[in-house]
Design a protein around this ligand. Structure first.
Ligand code: NAD
Ligand code: UD1
Length: 332
């Protein structure tokens, strides 16, 4: 059985569906701090299977112990955590507590119950502002200053230390670039209430919840002056998780710890993204240029050769499909 922490969140819910589609038995754990209980039902509806759900905070050792005691967990997909860089400056204690302490509690219980495999959601943000593109896994981490990035770096180190100490533990670190889009059913989606990411902001504008799309800076040192990121469709990202698990299972005897970037391998500017929506909708979107956001880098994208080579994985969805699936989440 696979334990999916944060399984009702944006990425966890998509992963839950994909694991079920691949025949895995799963149990979802979430404290619903950034998701809704109805997502559990939607996952069951899409996969047409019943799924166990535990409402639990990953820091709640007693309750989490019961989850491991009562279920034969073999692997953990660890999505639960706080994820906003800007919010982490205002609430560093929450980010260190949920992300780091939560992972320590989880790991200690994994060791107690001899659960051997963990796939962890890390982030490209840990590369800091490394200037040579594309970013690959061997870059020396540049000590980015956000508590969010710090928490991810510490967890990566923690996972490495645990895997060295406990030989049976097998760790896969996946460093995500910018996951976007939704399951084509439109039934599971990101909780956009607190999000200020580009795609949810465009969707809010299209749902008439915002008068225009803010564009944060058009004077970056990039090909068209707009911020450039590596947007990867959530389905491709989640397939990378399934391939990482397959890789661990295939190399069971020798596998200990590994890190893979998951991105599209392509940089796309904010203007190119807005243009892609305009093309699909056959109308202009109202955009207002604003000053750069604090801490925003001009451009970065992933070197995904390691994941391609070792996992046999590659992203399949085109920008057209990413936009098409994002539009599924528009209100009727
Ligand atoms: P999300 O907020 O949609 O999902 C996280 C889930 O974890 C939510 O359902 C939330 O309720 C739950 N959760 C939070 N704190 C918890 C706790 N203490 N105990 C139990 N459950 C808790 O976020 P997401 O976009 O699905 O991200 C999942 C993971 O991927 C996070 O660790 C995030 O840092 C990482 N990540 C996300 C992105 C991205 O762009 N979405 C990029 C890089 C890394
Ligand atoms: C942010 C996080 C990153 C996380 C990612 C996906 C920061 C600094 N980084 O990345 O850790 O992996 O989200 O959750 O918070 N933009 C606009 N208008 C908007 C929103 C965004 O122009 O309304 C621009 C930004 O300036 C940027 C690009 O769009 O150039 C992407 O922004 P966003 O979606 O917020 O993601 P990141 O900042 O790359």
């Amino acid at each position: 059985m696979i334990l999916v922490t944060g399984g009702c969140g944006y990425l966890g819910s998509h992963c839950a569906v994909e694991l079920l589609n691949n025949g895995y038995e799963i149990i979802i754990l979430d404290n619903f701090s950034n998701s809704e209980k109805r997502i559990h039902k939607q996952i069951e509806n899409i996969a047409n299977k019943k799924v166990k759900l535990e409402e639990c905070d990953i820091r709640d050792r007693k309750k989490l112990d019961q989850v491991f005691l009562n279920n034969k967990v073999e692997s953990v997909f660890h999505f639960a955590g706080l994820k906003s860089i800007s919010e982490s400056f205002d609430k560093p204690e929450d980010y260190y507590s949920v992300n780091i302490i939560g992972t320590v509690v989880l790991l200690e219980l994994m060791v107690k119950y001899c659960v051997s495999k963990i796939i962890f959601s890390s982030s490209a943000t840990i590369y800091g502002d490394y200037s040579k593109l594309p970013w690959h896994e061997k870059i020396d981490l540049n000590i980015p200053d956000s508590p969010y990035a710090q928490s991810k770096i510490i967890i990566e180190k923690l996972l490495k230390n645990f895997s060295l100490k406990h030989n049976f533990l097998k760790v896969a670190i996946l460093r995500y670039f910018n996951p976007v889009g939704f399951h084509h059913s439109g039934l599971i989606r990101e909780n956009s209430k607190n999000s200020t990411n580009l795609f949810p902001e465009i969707i809010k504008y299209l749902n008439n919840e915002k008068p225009h799309i803010n564009i944060y800076g058009n004077d970056f040192d990039t090909h068209d002056g707009y911020g450039v990121r590596d947007y990867i469709h959530v389905n491709d990202l989640i397939n990378g998780h399934i391939e990482a698990l397959n890789f661990i299972l295939k190399h069971d005897k020798t596998y200990n710890y590994n890190v893979w970037n998951l991105g599209s391998g392509k940089g796309r500017s904010v203007l190119e993204i807005v243009n892609a929506f305009e093309k699909q909708l056959k109308r202009k979107l109202k955009c207002v240029i604003k000053p750069r956001r604090k801490g925003d880098l001009g451009q970065y994208w992933a070197d995904i050769n390691k994941a391609k080579r070792e996992l046999g994985w590659h992203p399949k969805k085109t920008l057209h499909e990413i936009v098409e699936d994002s539009l599924m989440s528009l209100k009727e």
